[in-house]
Design a protein around this ligand. Structure first.
Ligand code: SAM
Length: 217
């Protein structure tokens, strides 16, 4: 099924490559093979919802999307799932103004702690409206959106929960010393239990990608 990817241009458009449904199906297959237990699921940057098509129980899926037209599309497309028109970053800030760290435990989002975080997050330098609130004391520098979505995605998982993402190939194929701090930080809280080279999946971009599967310790 084709969905309108909007009329974005330049930098904005970089954030809006939707994952082919066949790849989404493979990602769900990985979640099941690695023990997804049927609990709550978060798609942190859901777009028009391709990743939800293969969810075994769509009522357990929570999705976030910043762009109003994608949010409206996904809400109509999956009426039993729960969607929020907001940034992933806001999950860790205090509602309703989101101008300070969340005062409770990790997040205010219903469904936390999640059994599975699945998605294809935005890539690139971590900037924008909420960037000044991160990293928090004792945390690694948030060098990119993909790292922010990995690090904070892991925080939202329950013990032994799974994170299945499509990410640029940086983490797995550039040697010991590249992205060292990020990799060390990730490996303190999770194990990398599976990974696949996927090449460039998206029309209009040549970014080579991996599917990675992390299991929270
Ligand atoms: C690469 S697309 C992937 C969409 C969907 N996950 C998929 O696989 O088809 C990334 C999506 O994230 C949204 N997005 C960008 N920045 C975001 C943020 N900080 N929080 C939540 N969503 C974001 C974009 O509008 C876009 O729809």
């Amino acid at each position: 099924m084709e969905y309108n990817e909007g009329k974005r241009t330049g930098k904005q458009k970089l954030n809006a490559f939707f994952t082919p449904e066949q790849i989404c199906e493979q990602m769900w297959e990985l979640a099941k093979v690695h023990g997804y237990d049927g609990g709550s699921v978060l798609e942190p940057s859901v777009g028009t919802g391709n990743m939800i098509v293969h969810a075994p129980d769509k009522s357990k899926v929570v999705g976030l999307e910043t762009e109003i037209e994608y949010f409206e599309t996904v809400t109509k497309r999956f009426p039993t799932s729960t969607f929020h028109n907001m940034f992933f970053e806001q999950l860790f800030l205090q509602p309703p103004r989101y101008r300070s760290d969340y005062a409770g435990n990790t997040t205010w989002l219903a469904g936390y702690p999640f059994s599975l975080i699945i998605g294809n997050p935005p890539y690139g330098k971590f900037t924008g409206r909420w960037a000044s609130y991160f990293p928090r004391k004792g945390e690694p520098k948030m060098s990119s959106y993909e790292f922010f979505f990995i690090w904070y995605g892991l925080k939202l998982l329950k013990k032994e929960g799974l994170l299945v993402y499509i990410v640029p190939q940086n983490y797995l194929n550039s040697g010991f010393n590249a992205y060292k701090k990020e990799k060390e930080a990730i490996l303190k809280v999770a194990n990398i239990i599976d990974g696949y080279e996927m090449g460039s999946l998206f029309k209009d971009t040549k970014v080579p990608t991996h599917i990675i599967v992390l299991k929270k310790k």
